[in-house]
Design a protein around this ligand. Structure first.
Ligand code: PMM
Length: 283
């Protein structure tokens, strides 16, 4: 899944693809580099960021969704708002990627149930302005799994079919840096919930700290792409269904390596299988 942020302020690429034409051209480049899905978002979730108005979010994402769909892409809309999700699906989006897992907007579940699209439910505890104060866990892997299990049950109770849902541990969202590694190392715990798992580690703060120089200064966001690709390979081997990344070329190679590796080991795995081949995105 390649990231197309139509925002002036996302933490790693804010402003670069803010004009619709630039965003579409970027999306097409990511497709050529091997993306199976393009994730179009109009609201930054960087720590501390403020919300954008719903009309502005619509104005940013809808033309880009429309054009990328017309170009034949499988498109996901990255939004926590039911109204934006509904309009994006009407514009042709195939997936709704909701970093709040339905918690930010009580109307989201209805839109997903009614449209029948695939739905990424990410682990979330609060908006970007407060999430860094919501990082207490007794056991981060068990707590995130249990909170996602609760979400899955609530989404089903709201009329969404289980088969529509993809789960995501929400790396960097209400997580201290150290919390992200056990979640990655124990993707199997999330898979116990019986749904495909999406991993979004790309360029995140915890990688900046991992790759800090001798002066302790975190590596810059674009200097985190090789580490992101390493996580893509390991996530694919760990059974992830999808990795959401800014630099598609590196992760597409990494996922191919993982697929060849597990094939040689004789695993039955989904690593390297295209999301567009199996129709899972249409659930
Ligand atoms: N991370 C970001 C945005 N959307 N969606 C999902 N499903 N999972 C993530 O981890 C995730 C996401 C933040 O990254 P960005 O600002 O670079 O888009």
């Amino acid at each position: 899944m390649g990231v197309v942020n139509v925002t002036p302020d996302s933490f790693s690429d804010g402003g670069r693809w803010f004009e619709p034409d630039a965003a579409v051209a970027h999306g097409l480049r990511l497709l050529a580099e091997g993306a199976d899905v393009l994730d179009v978002g109009g609201e930054s979730t960087r720590p501390g960021s403020q919300r954008v108005a719903v009309d502005e979010e619509r104005r940013r994402v809808l033309p880009v969704v429309r054009e990328l769909v017309a170009a034949g892409a499988v498109v996901s809309v990255d939004t926590t708002r039911a109204a934006v999700a509904r309009d994006a699906v009407a514009a042709g989006a195939h997936l709704v990627n909701d970093v709040s897992g339905g918690l930010a907007d009580p109307a989201m579940a209805d839109v997903v149930a009614q449209t029948g699209v695939a739905y990424v439910a990410m682990h979330w505890r609060g908006h970007a302005d407060v999430m860094d104060s919501l990082t207490h866990y007794d056991d981060v892997v068990a707590d995130v799994r249990d909170e996602l299990a609760g979400r899955l049950a609530a989404l089903e109770a709201a009329g969404i079919r289980r088969e529509q849902v993809v789960l995501d541990p929400g790396l960097g969202f209400a997580k201290a840096g150290r919390d992200n590694w056990p979640l990655l190392a124990h993707l199997d715990a999330l898979q116990e919930l019986g749904r495909p798992v999406l991993v979004g580690s790309s360029r995140k703060r915890f990688l900046g700290h991992l790759l800090a120089g001798p002066d302790g200064e975190p590596a810059a966001p674009t200097a985190r792409d090789r580490a992101t690709a390493a996580i893509s390979a390991l996530s694919a081997l760990g059974g992830a269904w999808c990795v959401r990344v800014h630099d598609v070329a590196g992760s597409a190679d990494a996922v191919r390596v993982a697929a060849a590796w597990s094939a040689a080991r004789g695993d039955r795995t989904d690593a390297g299988r295209s999301a567009t081949q199996d129709g899972e995105h249409r659930a």
